[in-house]
Design a protein around this ligand. Structure first.
Ligand SMILES: [Mn+2]
Length: 227
């Protein structure tokens, strides 16, 4: 067992500057585990740079990247399970732009695709579990329909506490005011970075929050009480 910290990072969505600022604040060391909650790519300015940073940070600490629905779309397009156009209109166009002017899907290096393919569905620790979007409260983690849960917004389905008793840490449902949401049994840290909000990191063990923005701002606070 490592004595390091476990810290979740919310939806990055191509916000490379914010990720850089956040990592500088966290100063993760070899014993620390960063759980990236998915949607690292799409919509924001530099998905290419984000993937490069995530690859690089693995030399510094433990990285547990989870698949978001946007990585799912990328892989579905690459594997020809989804029309390209469906991804492009959901922020995939910005991702391709970050790989070069007029870049096409084949411009994405195989190493990046293989990396994304290695990402997981969920991660759990003693007290909490981590997933991209949502979950079914009565199902065991290994039995969850993660392909669907990656897409399911908290706006339409607010799950009851998970049967395991563990607290959920999720992203996906962006809070347009840039605020974290604490329901007690669920914490959502998608704070709308690409839309002018924050990129948020959250340490479940302490409730500490680190936030950075595309404008170079940085902030630290504690998770507000459950509402
Ligand atoms: Mn999402």
């Amino acid at each position: 067992m490592s004595d390091g910290r476990t810290i979740a990072i919310g939806d990055i969505h191509g916000c490379c500057e914010s990720l850089q600022t956040l990592l500088a604040m966290l100063e993760p060391c070899a014993d620390d585990t960063l759980v990236m909650l998915g949607d690292a790519i799409d919509r924001g300015p530099d998905s290419h740079g984000v993937i490069e940073q995530l690859l690089a940070i693995q030399q510094q600490c433990q990285l547990v990247p989870l698949l978001g629905n946007h990585e799912q779309m990328l892989l579905d397009v690459v594997d020809k399970r989804m029309p390209l156009q469906d991804w492009l209109i959901h922020g995939g166009a910005e991702t391709l732009d970050s790989y070069g002017k007029d870049a096409v899907v084949s411009a994405i290096p195989e190493a990046h695709l293989e990396f994304v393919r290695s990402w997981g569905d969920y991660h759990e620790i003693e007290s909490h579990f981590f997933a991209h979007g949502n979950y079914l409260p009565e199902r065991r983690f290994i039995d969850q329909p993660w392909d669907q849960m990656r897409w399911r917004s908290l706006r339409y389905f607010q799950p009851k506490p998970h049967t395991s008793g563990k607290i959920a840490v999720v992203g996906h449902t962006s809070n347009k005011q840039g605020k974290t949401v604490n329901l007690g049994h669920l914490v959502c840290i998608d704070t709308y970075c690409y839309g002018g909000g924050w990129l948020t990191a959250f340490e479940p063990a302490t409730g500490h929050l680190w936030q950075s923005s595309e404008h170079g701002e940085a902030d630290e606070s504690e998770l507000p009480p459950a509402r």
